[in-house]
Design a protein around this ligand. Structure first.
Ligand code: ADP
Length: 762
C-alpha cells in the first residue's frame, strides 16, 4: 500500500501522522482533562451555592416563623380581646413587610381579629374549616406551614400556630420549639394564622443561576414542586419524588432532629437524569424549618459549555487550519516533489533509452546537485551510447565480413565459448550437419550437434581440453544415407577477451577417401582385368600347340586368343590414356576420318565377344558415308569402351545397336543396349574417374571404372559432347557428338592444355 503511493501522498500522509494526529490527540486529552476539572469546579460551585441559598431560605423562614410564634405568645394576643389583640397584630403586621394578612381565631375557629393590607378588617369570618386551623389539632412541635400560594402573582405561605394559655412566659429568650413543646400543658385558646409573602425566597430560588443554564427548585417533604423556574411544574405541583436528587433530600427530611442533620449536611453533587430527561450535575440541601428540599441542577452540557466552546473553537480553527496547512504542505512539498518527479521522469526516460533528456532544477540544494549529476551522467551515457553504436556497427560489419569469409571456406568452422556453446559457425559446417542455416546452430552445445551425428556419442568436452590443439582423424559419420569422413582440429584459445575458447575446423575428406578407395579398387581390378585375358591367351596357345587339335579348332583358338589380345590392348590403351589425361599430355590429332567405316570396323571387332553371350550386335549407318574430324585411335577407344560396356552390361541373347546419324554439322553416334540400366541417382557420377556403380550392377562384373572417364575426356578434347540416357532395368543409350569433317579444312592438333596447332605446326 505504502509502496504504491505517490510521493505527494506520502508527504501528505506523513504530515498527518506527524502533526495533525498528535495535535488532535492532544486536543482530545486536553478536552477530557478540562471537562474533569470543570466538573469538579462546577460541583464545588454548586455545593456552595445550594448550601448558601438553603441557608438563606432557612434564615428567612426562621425569622418569619419566629415572629409568628412570638406574636402568638404575646399576652395581648393570648387574651383574645379584639381591641387589644388587633392593635398588637396591626403593629406586628406593619413592622414585618412580608406579612400580608393576620387572622386570630378563638379555639373553635371564629375570627377574633383580622389584619389585612396594613389595616384592621372586620372579623366576621370563620376559619375552622381552613387548612391552617388544623394546627390546633396537630400534634407537632412546629408551626403549620402551608404550601405556596399565590395572590396576584405574589407567592406566600400561610403559617399557623396555636394560641396557648400560658404562652406568654414573660421570657423573650425562648425558642419556637421550646414554646411549642409546652403546649400540651396549656389550654389551646385559639390560633394565629399569618399569610407571609415568600417573594424573597421565590426570587432566590427561581432566579438562582448555575452556570449557563443551571437552576434550582424547591420541593416539599412529599417531593412535590413548590418553586420551579418552570412555572408549569410549580402550578401542577409536579411530584418529582422519583428524581434521584429529590429522593436523596427526602430521605434526609425524614430525620427527626433535622436541625442537627442540617448543621452537618454537605451537598454531594452527582450526575443524574433530570425531570426533563437530560444528564445533569445535581445536588440538594434540606430546609429544616419547613422540611422542604432545595435542589440544584446544571446540565452537564452547560458544565462543559466553556470547555466545549473552546473545543468547538479549536475544532473550527483546526478545520480551517487543516486545509490551509494541507495547501501549505502541498505548496511547499511541490518545491521538493517537483524536482523529485522531474528526476524520476528523467530516470524512467533514461531507462527506456532516451539519454538526450536533461533535467532543469534550479538552486543549490541536494536535488539540484543530483539533477546536475543526472544531466552529466545522461550526457556521458549518450556519448557512450553513440560510441557503442559506432563500435557495434563496426563490429557488425566485421561480423558480416567474418561470416562471409567463413561461408566461402570449404572447411567447416565452429567457434565455442567457455560453456562449449557454438557462437560462430559457417555454411559448410551447417551443411555437414544438415542444418538449414548456420544461425540455427548458434547457442547450441557442440556436443548436442556432434553427438547427434555420432550415435556412439564418442565426443566429450574433456577431449577438447587435452592440449593446445586436439586432432580427430577420419571421423566417419552418416548423414542420412550418405557416409562421410571428416577430419577435425580443435584449437584452444587462452584468455581471449571475447570469451571464445575453442576454434574447431572440420574438413570433409570424403572425396579424398573415396578417390583413394577407388584407386585401390582400380589397382586390384586392373590386375584382375589384365590377368583374365592373359590366362585365356596362354590357355588357347597351349590348345593350339596340342597334337590332336584340328585345323578348324586351331583357327577358332587363334580367334579367341586374338580377341583376348584385343581386350588386353583395349585395357592397356585405356590405362595409357588415363595416364596421359592425368599428366595433361593427351594429344589429339584431328584428321579426316571415314566415320562410317571406322564404326563398322569397331563393331566388327566386338562381334566375337558379343557372340560369346549370344548378343546381336547391329550397326545402323546412313546411306551416305559420314566423315568426322578426329583422332582415329582415340575415337576407336571411345567407341570400343561404349560397345564393350553395352555388351558387358547386357544379359545373354540381347541386342546392342550402334547408330550414327548426322545432326546439323555434327555426327551423333549412339550405342544402345537393353541391359541392366543405371539407377537415376548414380547418373551424375558415372563419368567420374574410377567410378563403378555399386550393388547388383557390379556383382560379378569386371571393369576398372576408367572407361567412361577416358571417353568423356577424349570426346571433350575433340570439342564434342558425350552423355547418356538410361532407365534402370531397361537399358541405356550412350551417345557422343563430334564435329563433321568438311572438305578444305586443315588438319589440326589439339593439345590437352587446349592449344590448337594446325598444318605445318604439327
Ligand atoms: P567399367 O570398366 O567398370 O565398365 P566404365 O567407366 O566403362 O568402367 O563404366 C563405369 C560404370 O558405368 C560401370 O562400372 C557400370 O556400372 C556403368 N556402365 C557403363 N556403361 C553401362 C551400360 N551400357 N549399362 C549399364 N551400366 C553401364
Amino acid at each position: 500500500m505504502w509502496v504504491q503511493l505517490g510521493i505527494r501522498y506520502k508527504v501528505l500522509l506523513l504530515f498527518f501522522l506527524l502533526s495533525i494526529i498528535p495535535l488532535a490527540s492532544l486536543n482530545a486529552v486536553w478536552l477530557r482533562y478540562s471537562q474533569g476539572q470543570l466538573k469538579i469546579a462546577a460541583a464545588d460551585r454548586q455545593s456552595v451555592l445550594v448550601a448558601s441559598i438553603a441557608q438563606r431560605i432557612n434564615i428567612a423562614l426562621d425569622s418569619q416563623i419566629d415572629a409568628v410564634v412570638s406574636t402568638s405568645q404575646d399576652g395581648e394576643v393570648i387574651s383574645l380581646e379584639p381591641s387589644t389583640a388587633q392593635s398588637k397584630l396591626l403593629q406586628y403586621a406593619n413592622e414585618t413587610t412580608e406579612v400580608r394578612r393576620v387572622v386570630l381565631t378563638d379555639r373553635v375557629g371564629k375570627e377574633v381579629a383580622v389584619i389585612e393590607d396594613g389595616a384592621v378588617q372586620a372579623a366576621v369570618g370563620d376559619s375552622s374549616t381552613s387548612e391552617a386551623f388544623e394546627v390546633v389539632r396537630l400534634v407537632s412541635n412546629r408551626p403549620l406551614v402551608s404550601a405556596i400560594k399565590f395572590d396576584e402573582a405574589v407567592p406566600y405561605v400561610t403559617v399557623s400556630v396555636p394560641i396557648l394559655t400560658q404562652g406568654n412566659l414573660g421570657d423573650q429568650s425562648f425558642t419556637t420549639i421550646e414554646a411549642l413543646a409546652r403546649r400540651f400543658s396549656a389550654d389551646i385558646r385559639g390560633a394565629l394564622i399569618v399569610d407571609i409573602s415568600i417573594e424573597e425566597i421565590w426570587t432566590l430560588v427561581s432566579e438562582a443561576k448555575l452556570g449557563d443554564s443551571g437552576y434550582m427548585y424547591l420541593v416539599d417533604s412529599g417531593g412535590r414542586v413548590l418553586i420551579h423556574p418552570n412555572q408549569e411544574l410549580t402550578t401542577e405541583r409536579r411530584d418529582l419524588s422519583s428524581n434521584t436528587e429529590v429522593k436523596d433530600v427526602l430521605a434526609v427530611l425524614r430525620e427527626f432532629d433535622l436541625d442537627a442533620v442540617v448543621k452537618q449536611f454537605k451537598p454531594d453533587p452527582t450526575i443524574s437524569t433530570s425531570e426533563t430527561g437530560v444528564a445533569v450535575l445535581s445536588s440538594s440541601f434540606p430546609i429544616s424549618q419547613t422540611r422542604w428540599g432545595l435542589v440544584a441542577q446544571e446540565p452537564i452540557s452547560s458544565v462543559y459549555n466553556s470547555v466545549n466552546r473552546i473545543a468547538v473553537t479549536a475544532l473550527t480553527i483546526f478545520l480551517i487550519a487543516v486545509p490551509l496547512m494541507v495547501l501549505l504542505v502541498l505548496g511547499s512539498a511541490r518545491t521538493i516533489i517537483r524536482p523529485i518527479r522531474q528526476l524520476s521522469d528523467g530516470v524512467i526516460r533514461m531507462s527506456s533509452g532516451d539519454f538526450s533528456h536533461q533535467i532543469n532544477i534550479r538552486g543549490k540544494d541536494e536535488l539540484a546537485l543530483l539533477a546536475g549529476s543526472f544531466n552529466a551522467m545522461s550526457s556521458n551515457l549518450q556519448a557512450l551510447l553513440g560510441r557503442l553504436r559506432a563500435q557495434n556497427a563496426t563490429l557488425e560489419t566485421e561480423h558480416v565480413k567474418l561470416q562471409a569469409v567463413l561461408n566461402t571456406m570449404s572447411d567447416g568452422v565452429i567457434v565455442l565459448d567457455g560453456q562449449y556453446r557454438i557462437v560462430l559457425t559457417n555454411r559448410t559446417m551447417a551443411s555437414f550437419v544438415r542444418a538449414k542455416d548456420s544461425k540455427e546452430l548458434y547457442g547450441q552445445s557442440w556436443l548436442s550437434v556432434f553427438n547427434l551425428l555420432y550415435e556412439e556419442k564418442l565426443f566429450t568436452n574433456e577431449q577438447l581440453k587435452k592440449g593446445d590443439v586436439a586432432y580427430f582423424h577420419d571421423l566417419s559419420i552418416r548423414i542420412g544415407d550418405e557416409q562421410r569422413y571428416l577430419d577435425m582440429t580443435a584449437a584452444r584459445i587462452y584468455n581471449d577477451p571475447s570469451g571464445i575458447v575453442f576454434i574447431l575446423t572440420v574438413q570433409d575428406i570424403t572425396p579424398r577417401r573415396e578417390l583413394e578407395n577407388m584407386k585401390l579398387d582400380f589397382v586390384s581390378m586392373a590386375a584382375h582385368e589384365l590377368r583374365t585375358p592373359l590366362t585365356a591367351i596362354s590357355g588357347y596357345l597351349k590348345l593350339i600347340d596340342e597334337s590332336d587339335t584340328t585345323a578348324e579348332d586351331r583357327s577358332s583358338y587363334i580367334d579367341l586368343a586374338s580377341n583376348n589380345t584385343r581386350m588386353l590392348e583395349g585395357l592397356i590403351n585405356n590405362m595409357l590414356a588415363l595416364s596421359r589425361i592425368e599428366r595433361h599430355s593427351l594429344v589429339i590429332h584431328k584428321l579426316k576420318l571415314n566415320w562410317t567405316e571406322l564404326v563398322r570396323e569397331e563393331v566388327h571387332s566386338f562381334q566375337f565377344m558379343a557372340s560369346t553371350k549370344s548378343i546381336e550386335l547391329i550397326t545402323q549407318v546412313p546411306d551416305e558415308t559420314l566423315f568426322v574430324k578426329g583422332d582415329d585411335m582415340a575415337l576407336r577407344e571411345v567407341l570400343g569402351n561404349l560397345i564393350n560396356n553395352a555388351v558387358h552390361y547386357s544379359e545373354d541373347n540381347q541386342k546392342v545397336t550402334v547408330t550414327i546419324e548426322r545432326t546439323g554439322n555434327s555426327v551423333k553416334t549412339t550405342v544402345s543396349d537393353h541391359g541392366i540400366g543405371i539407377p537415376e541417382p548414380l547418373h551424375s557420377k558415372l563419368f567420374t574417374k574410377y567410378y563403378r556403380a555399386k550393388g547388383g550392377l557390379t556383382t560379378n562384373s569386371q571393369g576398372t571404372g576408367i572407361g567412361l572417364f577416358i571417353s568423356k575426356s577424349i570426346v571433350e578434347a575433340h570439342g564434342g559432347k558425350i552423355d547418356f540416357t538410361s532407365t534402370f532395368g531397361q537399358g541405356s543409350n550412350f551417345y557422343f557428338i563430334l564435329e563433321e569433317f568438311k572438305e578444305g579444312e586443315d588438319r589440326q592438333q589439339i593439345n590437352s592444355d587446349g592449344t590448337i596447332m594446325k598444318g605445318e605446326q604439327i
